[in-house]
Design a protein around this ligand. Structure first.
Ligand code: NAP
Length: 344
């Protein structure tokens, strides 16, 4: 029955998908990627075919382009890349998912995806725009929520500093800290325009452009009484400055180190880690996948703030699957405010 259901549904013979053509050395270049026209499989029993509507481009994908062992396997050369995507079921041979259902799944970087229904999560496009499930209500949103509340053990009255503060994760970290009663929220970002957005739109108490001067000096001015929590999206000079500014019993969430993802030389800092001893600091790495148990609480609380207008989430949308690599490279360069997504 299920196989018959799939027959005659709206599955084209071919669709476009991005392959990794070569492993980037340093900054990725367009020639490291290839847009390939490939057959679209009809769903086998238990599977669905999805027409992707939005694709996610995320910093962790840069790591997957290297042939190294990590918490996610590397992309294979000459094969489609994957990543977060949302779209509509166009053919179903699975119980529980019907043509027209909106789903979140892991086969991004392509126009059409045929996958086991067990690997697709139904989402409600009435509740929030579909792309929000890749950002504020998705993986980056949970990263911000869990990384601040669980990993950094945030408490009302803390002064919080977050780097990458105008991005998908960072913009939410700062706002969640404000909504949860932070004493002071400070952010850093890569342009004067982003700095203005942090203060004027997201309600940060202070913000600075890390390209305009040394991070340690600007942080000392923005948080004259020191910081209690540092949410690190950047690493390097930012982490060193934060270790210097942290108060006794300060906590650091090591979420990302985007300043070094394209480095070919070994990172140089932080050089002041020994300060962590006297200050009794706690620095803890995180991977969002470990925090799935928080998902229900996260969706309810963040969804509520979005509906009440207390929390803002921005997106930068690049149109066209053919521009997905440009969107990815743009995100690494800082072209985005909020979540970078590709509209297929
Ligand atoms: N551990 C986890 O489970 C987990 C999950 C999700 C994300 N992450 C990490 O969280 C961080 C943010 O991810 P996201 O998805 O929210 O990306 P994002 O912040 O939306 O986009 C990346 C941003 O990084 C900034 N950037 C690029 N190069 C930089 C540099 N050299 N120094 C400082 N900032 C730089 C750019 O903004 P500017 O204009 O401000 O430079 C850019 O917009 C990344 O490090 C990512 O790897 C970790």
């Amino acid at each position: 029955m299920a196989a018959e259901q799939a027959a005659g549904q709206d599955v084209p013979a071919t669709g476009r998908e991005w392959h990794l053509a070569a492993r980037p050395q340093g900054w990725p270049a367009p020639a490291d990627f290839a847009l390939v026209e490939a057959p679209v499989r009809r769903p086998a029993p238990g599977q669905v075919t999805v027409r992707n509507a939005y694709l996610s481009v995320d910093p962790y994908m840069r790591g997957r382009m290297n042939d190294v062992k990590s918490y996610v396997p590397p992309y294979a050369l000459g094969a489609p890349m994957d990543g977060g995507a949302v779209g509509y079921v166009v053919a179903s041979a699975a119980e529980g998912l019907a043509v027209g259902d909106a789903v979140l799944h892991g086969q991004g970087w392509r126009e059409y995806a045929t996958l086991d229904a067990a690997h697709a999560v139904k989402v409600d496009p009435e509740l929030a725009p579909l792309s929000a499930y890749l950002g504020v209500l998705g993986m980056p949103g949970l990263t911000a929520y869990a990384g601040l509340l669980e990993v950094a053990s945030f408490r009302a009255g803390d002064t919080v500093f977050v780097s990458g503060a105008a991005g998908a994760v960072g913009s939410l970290v700062g706002q969640i800290a404000r909504l949860k009663g932070a004493k002071r929220v400070v952010g850093s970002a890569g342009s004067a325009e982003k700095v203005a957005t942090l203060v004027e739109e997201y309600g940060f108490d202070a913000a600075f452009d890390y390209k305009a001067g040394p991070v340690a000096e600007q942080l000392a001015q923005a948080a004259p009484e020191g910081i209690d929590v540092y949410f690190d999206n950047v690493g390097g000079e930012h982490l060193e400055a934060a270790i210097g500014a942290l108060n006794v019993h300060g906590r650091v969430t090591l979420c990302g180190a985007i300043a070094q993802y394209n480095d070919t030389a070994a990172p140089t800092g932080p050089r002041n880690l020994a300060l962590a001893i006297g200050k009794r600091l706690r620095l803890q790495g995180m991977i969002v996948g470990d925090h799935a148990a928080l998902r229900g609480q996260f969706a309810a609380e963040v969804g509520g703030w979005l509906r009440s207008g207390e929390l803002r989430s921005d997106e930068t949308v690049v149109e066209g699957v053919e521009n997905a690599v440009e969107a990815f490279l743009g995100m690494l360069r800082g072209a985005n405010t909020g979540k970078m997504v590709v509209k297929v």
